[in-house]
Design a protein around this ligand. Structure first.
Ligand code: ADP
Length: 390
């Protein structure tokens, strides 16, 4: 059994992060208050984590040598994204550097086919689905015939922010998309969504799990644009079901650190969409909005430190992503009830450049404050229409 046993003030736990994006940048901010030191393996000198993590290696997240170089200087490894080399990470783990979460758990996030098959086998609620490998796969024909309703096609691996997710209008189009992907795909029923939500839990190596409150999420073109606490139109019973579902998944896959469970709210109740085993966009609100941020709790779990409280700090919280608009503009300043997070990324239309979080006593003014800040920053997105929570 591999353990990390440096969790006291004298000997900080050395954590290596694979990937230098905004999640690593925000882990770097959270690390200041914790007995940990961070090193990062980033794809380029310009990656956002450069600003907060001085021990900065440049190399590919898939390169076994670069991963070994990171492992050589840390006690434990964690991830900023899932587009990694799971075999190389498993090898590092078997050679004595704990990888938290373990690559076997990360596979549930990196491979949608693996996730759907495992959750269905455990009797957990997922959309009706099939796993197909080519346009003339008999499983594809059988699924389309049996469902006889609109479908969604998803590349099993390599997709994010709506990339690799397709909404074909006809069965022929579905077959063409599967053929064009030239790799394993998940085909599933296209659901009528009553809403989307995210449940974040954090699990430590001893199996202790803490849950953040459920939040509502809103997407545009497959990318999350807004997250609201409390979740809109969800009663206490349904919220408790979502938390229980996420806890069960965390235990079953032996997650360590943050597990984000993206959920569909449907006429059949909750269905699991996606899993992420790292701090997640739907948990950015916790920096200002919870007693312990998801970044701090992720690092705490990875380092084997006690987890912090997840209670919210305000009655209403809204997080809005800032996606590059037609022109580059500067981020507004943070205020007492407004957190502005600039990822210091080069501007590109549609690129996730940062996010803002507003906290307040009432739902509507809090949403307005978050959207005004995002618009002042020049986000390309329109505020999604949805009924006010209360
Ligand atoms: P990604 O991995 O790129 O985040 P997702 O699987 O989360 O892709 O899909 C992106 C968005 O597409 C979801 O948030 C949801 O709005 C929509 N979507 C995905 N699957 C379905 C489905 N089966 N039925 C209806 N909408 C879906």
């Amino acid at each position: 059994m591999l353990t990390v046993s440096r969790g006291d003030r004298q000997t900080p736990v050395r954590i290596g992060i694979v990937g230098g994006g905004q999640l690593a940048l925000m882990m770097g901010e959270a690390a200041h208050d914790l007995p940990v030191t961070l090193s990062v393996l980033a794809a380029s000198e310009e990656d956002p984590a450069r600003r907060t993590i001085p021990d900065f290696l440049v190399g590919a997240a898939t390169d076994p040598e670069a991963l070994a170089a990171l492992a050589a200087r840390v006690d434990v490894i964690t991830l900023d994204h899932e587009l990694v080399n799971l075999e190389a990470l498993a090898l590092l783990a078997s050679r004595g550097t704990p990888v938290r979460p373990h690559p076997d758990a990360v596979r549930f996030a990196a491979d949608k086919a693996h996730q759907r098959q495992a959750l269905a086998a455990w009797g957990l609620p997922v959309p009706r689905f099939g796993i197909v490998t080519s346009g003339d796969d008999p499983e594809l024909a059988a699924f389309l015939a049996a469902l006889d309703a609109p479908v969604v096609v998803k590349a099993a691996t390599g997709g994010y922010d709506g990339r690799g997710v397709f909404f074909p209008a006809t069965d022929t189009e579905a077959r063409d998309i599967v053929a064009g992907l030239a790799r394993t795909a998940v085909i599933e029923e296209r659901l009528t969504l009553l809403g989307e939500a995210a449940q974040i839990v954090v699990r430590d190596p001893a199996g202790t799990v803490v849950a953040y409150p459920l939040v509502s999420t809103y997407q545009a073109g497959g990318t999350c644009v807004e997250v609201d606490y409390p979740a809109c139109g969800v009663d206490a019973g349904a919220a408790a079901e979502a938390a229980a579902l996420a806890r069960e998944i965390a235990d079953r896959i032996d997650a360590i650190g943050v597990l984000a469970v993206e959920l569909f709210w449907t006429a059949r109740g909750w269905l699991v969409n996606e899993l992420a085993l790292r701090p997640h966009n739907t948990g950015h609100w916790t920096i200002e909005g919870a007693r312990t941020s998801q970044f701090a709790n992720h690092l705490r779990a990875v380092a084997g430190l006690p987890l912090g409280p997840t209670t919210p700090t305000a009655p209403h919280i809204t997080m809005v992503n800032v996606l590059g608009g037609p022109r580059a503009t500067a981020a507004p300043a943070s205020g007492p009830h407004l957190g502005v997070h600039d990822y210091a990324k080069a501007w590109r239309p549609g690129r996730k450049l940062g996010h803002v979080t507003a906290t307040g006593p009432h739902a509507s003014p809090t949403r307005v404050a978050a959207w005004e800040a995002a618009r002042a920053w020049g986000t390309r997105e329109e505020e999604p229409w949805h009924s006010s929570p209360s």
